[in-house]
Design a protein around this ligand. Structure first.
Ligand code: PGA
Length: 250
């Protein structure tokens, strides 16, 4: 994998600005420079500035959890890529399953958002994942590869080089029931294969695993050859847990 591992904290709808600042300071204080460069923190939009200030000069980078595909306009409640750049973001999560399931995000909107992010120099973290029913029916590969191909369709090799993909089985998110390292590896290999079929450097796109990553299972996940880091929800809200996960990368 090019560029080293990525350990991304998705704080979801937790951490108002004052709490976010405190958590970011706690995370940064415990990371040496090498580990800090692997970490991306994704607070809610309203807390981006507080975290941006807290991580300044540490090597830790900032990400948002969502964006709109237009640069500006009459879109009440939405936030655009140029705004995220101005707030100090380098990354943005796109198509998280909570957004797909609860807020009507589709493959089409995911594709538009990824393009908007790339157009402004933000690296989209494109989330894909199957539901439990889809896995039980044997549709995992079709679902996740379909989501991925829809998001990358028409991108140039230079754009693809900026992507991050996160495999997040829906049944593993927030449930405490992570995919086994072997289950995750199998899907990661398929996703990398699909990218490699389309792009010469497709295998270099980092593919992160997400879904109940904890300090005690991170190492086994990270040992898999096609797993390039983690997207961490619940365990990223506690500085000590998140740091232990980041430190699990050998
Ligand atoms: P979890 O969430 O670590 O709490 O399972 C992962 C995610 O939703 O990104």
């Amino acid at each position: 994998m090019a560029g080293g591992p990525l350990i991304v904290g998705n704080w979801k709808m937790f951490c108002a600005p004052s709490q976010a600042r405190e958590l970011a300071v706690g995370v940064c204080a415990a990371l040496d420079e090498r580990l800090a460069r692997t970490v991306v923190l994704c607070p809610p939009h309203v807390s981006l500035t507080a975290v941006s200030e807290a991580i300044k000069g540490t090597g830790v980078r900032l990400g948002a959890q969502n964006l709109h595909w237009e640069d500006e306009g009459a879109y009440t409640g939405e936030i655009s890529a140029p705004m995220l750049c101005d707030a100090g973001c380098d990354f943005v999560i796109v198509g998280h399953s909570e957004r797909r399931q609860l807020f009507g995000e589709t493959n089409d909107t995911v594709s538009k958002k990824a393009r908007a992010a790339l157009a402004h120099g933000l690296r989209p973290i494109i989330c894909v994942g199957e539901t439990e029913a889809e896995r039980d029916e044997g549709h995992t590969e079709r679902v996740v590869v379909g989501q991925l191909l829809s998001a990358v369709q028409g991108l140039t090799p230079d754009q693809v080089a900026q992507l991050v993909v996160a495999y997040e089985p829906v049944w593993a998110i927030g449930t405490g029931r992570a995919a086994t390292p072997a289950q995750a590896q199998e899907v990661h290999a398929r996703l990398k294969g699909a990218l490699a079929d389309l792009y010469e450097r497709g295998r270099d796109v980092p593919v992160l695993y997400g879904g109940s990553v904890k300090p005690d299972n991170a190492r086994a996940v990270f040992e898999q050859p096609d797993i390039d880091g983690a997207l961490v929800g619940g365990a990223s809200l506690d500085a000590a847990s998140f740091i232990r996960i980041a430190a699990s990368w050998a």
